[in-house]
Design a protein around this ligand. Sequence first.
Ligand code: SAJ
Length: 416
Amino acid sequence: MDHGVIAVIGLGYIGLPTAAALATRGVRVHGVDVNERTVEAVNKGEVPFVEPDLGVAVSGAVSKGLLSASTTVPHADAFLVAVPTPFLDDRSADLSYIRTAAEAIAPQLQSGNVVVLESTSPPGTTRQMGDWLAKLRPDLAFPSSGAAAIDVHVAHCPERVLPGRVMIELVTNDRVVGGLTPECGQVAAEIYRVFCQGEIVITDAGSAEMSKLAENAFRDVNLAFANELSIVCDSLGLDVWEIIRSANRHPRVNILNPGPGVGGHCIAVDPWFIVAAAPEQARLMRTAREVNDSKPGRVVDQVKERAARLHSPVVACLGLAFKANIDDLRESPAMEVVEGIRRELPDATLLAVEPHVESLPDRLKGQDIAFSDAQSAIEAADIVVLLVDHSAFRSINRKSLEGRIVFDTRGFWNQH
Ligand code: SAJ
């Protein structure tokens, strides 16, 4: 099947891998991003963030002329929208990026096009995007028009790949495609058949939107259980890691690893869309969010307790990313912990270590925090706080930890 040109709007952690997955399978893809540096990097075959195997896919596709990028939306046969959906102050979804994308796509639409929303969105957003497009192009028939023949199909296909394993999971995960009409679902599914070896489940748009939110809320609730258990065990003087190891020997128990909190742009955000949509009903999901959001503060208190008897201690914080082996600092609990330690221990010398970034992130600048490599930070430290279980930290000489107060929030040294 000839897919013509597919335009991917938003060249971030999802859009760029999806563009590369299509282009490496022979589809002509044009990426669009508001960030000129991203566009320049992609046109040079480079990737502006860390994601295993993505670099080789992008450079290969660009060199074959199958992937290009610009800041403006071209004519295309299909449009995939992969822009952020952060939350607003009241924790409802900020749909402004989707609206801006719709406004940029609308003038380029032609009969026969399909527009697919990949961004994680509250129920009703795909219909809303279709309505925005329809209003801007009264000359074309959209699903909401009820016309027998639709000019532009509209569907939702939520991304569900795990950062750090994106290029594998794009291919192997099943996909849920929700159309505004059954035909919209069928048309959109054809695009994903190009690279997806998993099953493609076709449903309606609202169900696809909610299934994605449910996936992340499910994981958030399970993470909250682990984090709450660690707080309970700590208050009772019990070793949570040993308890989880024992409990997980039960054939139907699989407790996740507690940590300094739950970060990233997905799990820490998406459950709020459910809470905003059904505030009276979503009680467990709201509490889970609150438990996970309270964890960085709890870690700061624990560091403070450990520093109580020390005078002007040197504290080394290992890891700033929101999870292991990536460079993504968004909604990172580790960043929150570092800032909290800075606030609560004004006399301490604070060293931050993050092997996946080159220098101290802007957010931490001007706060008297030094950037260091792991080994030097440990050698200088009285207290070592492990915040991210990066594989790079495996090469740390364990002997260098001796004689120091070690606070391992991830059970990294407990388990390896
Ligand atoms: N974490 C723990 N303990 C664990 C596992 C994770 O503390 O045992 C923490 C991580 O350190 C991180 C947070 O939880 O701070 C979230 O990490 P994650 O690896 O669970 O998930 P994300 O946010 O990287 O990706 C999730 C995935 N969703 C699910 O697993 C249900 C991914 O499949 C989604 O595509 C992604 O959200 C998304 O974009 O929505």
